[in-house]
Ligand binder design. Structure first.
Ligand code: GLN
Length: 465
């Protein structure tokens, strides 16, 4: 069976395993692991919940599909009473006062949280090296980066330490590490899953989404987390996706961005593999169209302009007064300054400085407003594309994952490695990484709220590539 969730559910119901044994096994794997995926372990809570599931099963009560299924949570989500550090010195002792809506929905469905997962601090990064808990190591080759920022979540799923994990994706942070570790990772349509309780990076593109080993598990978890939330005014209502609805392909036309593939930055192997995948898709009778799109450097600079502006604004609340490790100095202003300069990472400070610069008087018209205008043009471009094609297919990254340590040398080169993911974030579109087609997988994108079509096409790709 493809779905791990269904497989484990069956094992629990037929009493082949107990939930306690399952949870204990995963907790042991997490504790022993050398990939630096763990920021904190939720063992007391997990074992308590597992015992309850076992009692229900013993009493002959029915259990739901997600009941007793162990999962991981990127360490940027509030889960009441747990440490929520964002992998930062500033919040290393901070405990959540409440629980994020998406996580609460999973808890209500009976899923069991095992771990708060390592990631780039505040989501700032593409490699999961920007963290106080040590660089996350790739699941397939520990000398390589895990990708980021949801690197710990991707590795936990790839190594079977968790059945699924919940990451966060602002500019690629679910899709890119999913690709680097050869699993599935979905960035839903902006607003489909409530952002309430995720630590804000760039509020206009922050998305909550699942990482898992099958399309079916992505579908199951997405359905549970989706929905309008009175606590997040940007959240939207959506229709549940049935298993049946995604079983047969109805996609007729696929598009891809010619300039992504013809760019100098793309690795020759990624390019050849991508084009070979296109040929296989054509051979199944699907029309393929080449599309025009903005150049990668325009996408990357638009994204980083807006993301830095938003993160500078969002992180201004972290001054040591209400949250975080406060460092006392001579006066209040000094205390803020020392607290922030000692406790934020170099990368986070680079973004705060850059963000405040683009928002400041004299610069904002030239830079920030221009970024917003470009974002609108990008959305319009997508609207036109989806009049012509059902799905847009692209590589996840221009090249294979780098060695640990390499990308830290050149932040600008790291930003450029996000060339293929950030455009879909700016368009607020749903995009899924599938672990096929190139060394770091493929991205499948559809028009807003069309996750159903994406999952359908992903099932088709699984049998085609
Ligand atoms: N790598 C991108 C950045 O650093 C995306 C990160 C994310 O999606 N959180 O901004």
């Amino acid at each position: 069976m493809d779905s791990q969730i269904k497989y484990i559910h069956q094992q629990l119901v037929s009493k082949q395993i107990t939930c306690t044994a399952l949870v204990q096994e995963k907790l042991d794997l997490l504790k022993e692991n050398t990939h630096n995926t763990v920021n904190s372990i939720l063992d007391t809570l997990a074992l308590e919940l597992a015992a309850k599931v076992d009692t229900k099963i013993k009493n002959g009560e029915e259990i739901g599909l997600l009941e007793g299924i162990p999962f991981g949570i990127k360490d940027v989500y509030m889960v009441q009473g747990t440490f929520t550090t964002a992998s930062s010195d500033l919040l290393k002792n901070y405990k959540s006062a409440y629980t994020a809506t998406a996580i609460q929905k999973l808890l209500d469905a009976g899923a069991i949280p095992l771990v708060k997962e390592n990631c780039d601090s505040f989501g700032h990064g593409s490699s999961s090296e920007n963290t106080i808990f040590g660089a996350v190591k790739n699941a397939l080759n520990p000398e390589l980066v895990a990708g980021g920022s949801s690197g710990g979540s991707a590795v936990n799923v790839a190594k079977d330490y968790t059945v699924f994990s919940i990451g966060g994706d602002t500019g690629g942070s679910i899709r890119q590490p999913a690709g680097y570790n050869k699993i599935y990772g979905l960035k839903p349509t902006y607003g489909r899953v409530s952002r309430y309780g995720i630590m804000a990076y760039a509020s206009s593109t922050d998305c909550v989404g699942p990482l898992a080993k099958s399309v079916e598990d992505i579908r199951i978890v997405l359905n549970v987390m989706s929905g309008k939330d009175p606590k997040d005014q940007t959240s939207i209502t959506s229709k549940e996706i049935s298993e049946n609805a995604i079983s047969t392909n109805t996609v007729k036309t696929v598009g891809y961005f010619k300039n992504f593939i013809e760019s100098d930055a793309i690795d020759s192997e990624v390019k050849a593999d991508f084009l070979a995948s296109i040929e296989k898709i054509k051979a199944k009778g699907i029309n393929v169209k080449e599309l025009d799109f903005f150049k990668s450097d325009i996408l990357v600079s638009t994204y980083y302009t807006l993301a830095m502006a938003e993160t500078a604004s969002n992180l201004s609340r972290l001054d040591g007064t209400n949250y975080g490790n406060r460092i006392e100095a001579e006066n209040l202003i000094e205390s803020y300054a020392v607290t922030r300069s000692e406790n934020f990472s170099e990368e986070t400070k680079r973004r705060i400085v850059g963000g405040n610069q683009v928002l400041s008087q004299g610069f904002s018209d030239e830079i920030y407003l221009k970024g917003l205008a470009l974002k609108n043009q990008i959305s319009e471009n997508f609207n036109e594309d989806f009049n012509e094609v059902d799905i847009i297919l692209s590589p996840v990254t221009p090249s294979a994952p780098p060695k640990i340590g390499e990308s830290l040398k050149d932040p600008h080169a790291m930003y450029l490695s996000d060339a293929y993911t950030v455009g879909f974030s700016l368009g607020q579109l749903p995009t899924l990484t599938v672990p096929q087609g190139t060394v770091t997988g493929l991205q499948v994108t559809a028009a807003k709220n069309n996750e159903e079509l994406i999952l359908k096409f992903a099932n088709f790709l699984k049998d085609t590539l």
